[in-house]
Write a protein that binds this ligand. Structure first.
Ligand code: TEU
Ligand code: CA
Length: 535
């Protein structure tokens, strides 16, 4: 009998296909490349792959601007390649999760090409329009600047876009739009897809005329309708919801299956932003606040929802560069962050390269490619920021940090391509690569492999109630998980200094210590220990 909640014990790996593995030497990752790495992923022990978009797209936003939901872009291969990936993954017990970008299409989607031709087009109200005057044609509101209107002179109207002007928002108030999308989802499911990640789910159902561009009044009504129409168990579904609160997360992740399996909420990743600033305005991480945020999400969703657990994705900087150490303690800090996250309740997500402790790349300002970063550079230069300030923001937060090619080995281009990589490989690939870590007992890779295996072995990882320990100690992040039969204890030194370990582990067995089995009284820099009690 298929377990409908298989995803509660699963670990999901995100592949950004463009940067994962290139099979034909054009410098861009592709589906045959992903297939060639399935045994690597099987070795790691993951259960499902979240594949960032491979649909037909002009690639303005690297595939999050879709021009055909039912075909694969030739950049990545063919529909047959995707069918083969699904089949090959299945033989290894791995499900494929596709990325659904339902908030907007590309401006090259046939629906939009027709809609912008005429107000009488049958697709016109698939999008959000307002009457406008030619002076709106002056200048274009910022891409990724939180939504704007783009003027179309042929029909003297402007269309709404939340992200870039090349990504016109779909009108979810139109039931025809919703049914088209549900049909498309069911079509993918019929091809063997095992789940879906929903891009910007909290933006669905917006009504800019009523001032709602996020969390509109019909949002959960639409999510429930979509779930009933297209997400039968045992599909796993995870919605990206930057604005999610715990109350909303309880609705999205309602155990009755009426909406989704879980959401990506980002409260923990908004803590190192300057007060009142944008994502580009960096601030140090308040560790005690991080502990409180995790404690709230762990305790308040326990038994009435489900958490996702993640540090990285294709939009986020590398966690080692963000909250770990890029130098002497790079591996130690990467392993500590692994143990900290994988001991919690929820489904862990691993982003490609995170299992190696990959870091941000130091780009020259002119080498950045991400549309959101380019927009920040343009906007902040126009506001008079110095290039040094802009470079610091880009180094800390640009999405390109996550998109440098996967580092497979120490050969040219880290074994990612035999051609010229679309985005430069990080210069540290000779030190940081998969080949060097597989089989090396103290590597980041082997730490994640062990954590994944432990999560499958002991029910307490899925079921244990969370209790934060030492809440006031901002050098230490420690917690316990408990069921009737078992207990876990996780103790992490969040600093580069040696610290006292105030948390006793009497009667517990060390399952994983990032400095080996040594159980000295103090915790070495970034040391993490995972203990268990139970039969
Ligand atoms: O991201 C939504 C989103 O809000 C982030 O990209 C945000 O703009 C920034 O990265 C964090 O502050 C989703 C996709 O993950 C992203 O890759 C797409 O660019 C975006 O939606 C539009 O589809
Ligand atoms: Ca290729």
């Amino acid at each position: 009998m298929e377990n409908n909640n298989w995803w509660k014990r699963a670990v999901i790996y995100q592949v950004y296909p463009r940067s994962f593995a290139d099979s034909n030497g054009d410098g861009i990752g592709d589906l045959p490349g992903v297939i060639s790495k399935l045994d690597y992923l099987k070795t790691l022990g993951i259960d499902a792959i979240w594949l960032s978009p491979v649909y037909r797209s002009p690639q303005y936003d690297n595939g999050y601007d879709i021009s055909d939901y039912r075909d694969v872009d030739p950049l990545f291969g063919t529909l047959a390649d995707l069918d083969r990936l699904i089949a090959e993954a299945k033989t290894r017990g791995i499900r494929i999760i596709l990325d659904l970008v339902l908030n907007h299409t590309s401006d090259e989607h046939p629906w939009f090409l027709s809609a912008k031709q005429s107000r009488e087009s049958p697709y016109h109200d698939y999008y959000i329009w307002r009457d406008a005057a030619p002076d709106e044609a002056d200048g274009q509101a910022a891409d990724f600047g939180a939504g704007a209107w783009q003027y179309v002179p042929e029909i003297r109207q402007s269309y709404y876009y939340q992200f870039s002007h090349r990504q016109p928002d779909l009108n979810w108030a139109n039931p025809k739009v919703r049914q088209e999308l549900y049909d498309m989802i069911r079509w993918w499911t019929s091809r063997g897809v095992g789940g879906y990640r929903l891009d910007v789910v909290d933006h669905l159902g917006k009504d800019p005329f009523a001032g709602y561009t996020i969390n509109g009044p019909h949002l959960h009504e639409f999510v429930r309708e979509m779930s009933a129409a297209a997400f039968p168990a045992p599909l796993v579904t995870v919605g990206e919801a930057w604005s999610a609160t715990i109350e909303r997360a309880k609705r999205y992740a309602n155990p009755d299956g009426s909406e989704l399996s879980m959401v990506f909420q980002f409260e923990h990743l908004l803590l190192d932003k300057a007060e009142g600033g944008e994502k580009w305005d960096l601030a140090p991480l308040p560790v005690n606040k991080l502990k409180q945020v995790f404690a709230r999400w762990q305790t308040l969703l326990h038994g009435c929802g489900w958490n996702s657990l993640f540090w990285e994705n294709h939009d986020l900087p590398r966690i080692v560069s963000r909250w770990g150490d890029e130098g002497e303690f790079r591996e130690a800090s990467a392993k500590m962050l692994a143990v900290l996250l994988f001991g919690m309740e929820g489904t862990p997500y691993l982003y490609e390269g995170q299992e190696l402790g990959m870091t941000n790349r130091r780009f020259a300002l002119d080498d950045y490619q991400d549309v959101e970063t380019l927009d920040m550079i343009r906007t902040r230069r126009a506001k008079g920021y110095s290039d040094a300030e802009i470079l610091r923001s880009a180094y800390g937060r640009s999405r390109d940090n996550a998109r440098t090619p996967m580092q497979w080995d120490a050969s040219e281009n880290a074994g990612f391509t035999t051609g010229t990589p679309w985005l430069p490989v990080n210069d540290n690939y000779k030190e940081i690569n998969a080949a060097e870590q597989i089989g090396r007992g103290d590597s980041v890779f082997e730490c994640y492999r062990k954590l994944i295996a432990l999560r499958k072995t002991y029910p307490v990882f899925e079921e244990g109630a969370f209790t934060l320990l030492e809440p006031e100690n901002d050098a230490l992040f420690a917690y316990k998980r408990e069921t009737e039969a078992e207990a876990l204890l996780v103790v992490c030194n969040f600093t580069s200094k040696e610290i006292e370990n105030p948390v006793p582990a009497e009667g517990m067995t060390l399952l994983l210590g990032t400095y080996g089995d040594d159980q000295s009284e103090t915790l070495r820099p970034y040391e993490a220990r995972l203990y268990r009690k139970g039969d």
